[in-house]
Design a protein around this ligand. Sequence first.
Ligand code: PRT
Length: 134
Amino acid sequence: MSDSLERLYLAVLAARDLDPATSRTARLFQRGPSKMAKKLAEEAIEVVIDAVNGDTDAVIRESADLLYNLTVLWASAGVRPEDVWREMTRREDMLGIAEKLPKSSMKLPKVASPRVAARRPIVALEGRAARKRH
Ligand SMILES: N=c1c2ncn([C@@H]3O[C@H](COP(=O)(O)OP(=O)(O)OP(=O)(O)O)[C@@H](O)[C@H]3O)c2ncn1[C@@H]1O[C@H](COP(=O)(O)O)[C@@H](O)[C@H]1O
């Protein structure tokens, strides 16, 4: 999936300077970050509505639109996909996949996969402040 997003990101960068009359991406860049943010929010809401309605095909279509609008916003904000992958890896290495353990369960997973077992024990964090202390 990251390959697809990286290819899309490069395509968005390439389209940024095209004619806004023919390129939706160029038009979004011309209209600026607030329009990009509005479109991203709209797509997120469309994904939510389609998921609540159980319309799987629509969730797939709207998710592609959401990811497109996210890469446009990334490009506008100077964020590269690898910046996001690095943060995701940091969290996975530090916190394990289950970043927030359910409050009720402080028990470590019974059967940890070799990868998880090799990692420091997952510690339940109390939100962002705790994360910042590491
Ligand atoms: N991946 C996408 C992509 N996904 C979604 N979209 C656009 O996002 C729209 C979906 O959002 P909406 O439903 O809100 O569309 P809309 O209602 O017609 O738009 P508005 O009237 O709300 O502005 C689609 O109609 C597409 O026009 C995309 N537009 C472009 N790309 C890629 O971006 C690159 C640059 O393409 P151009 O922007 O055409 O130069 C190419 O690689 C394209 O494949």
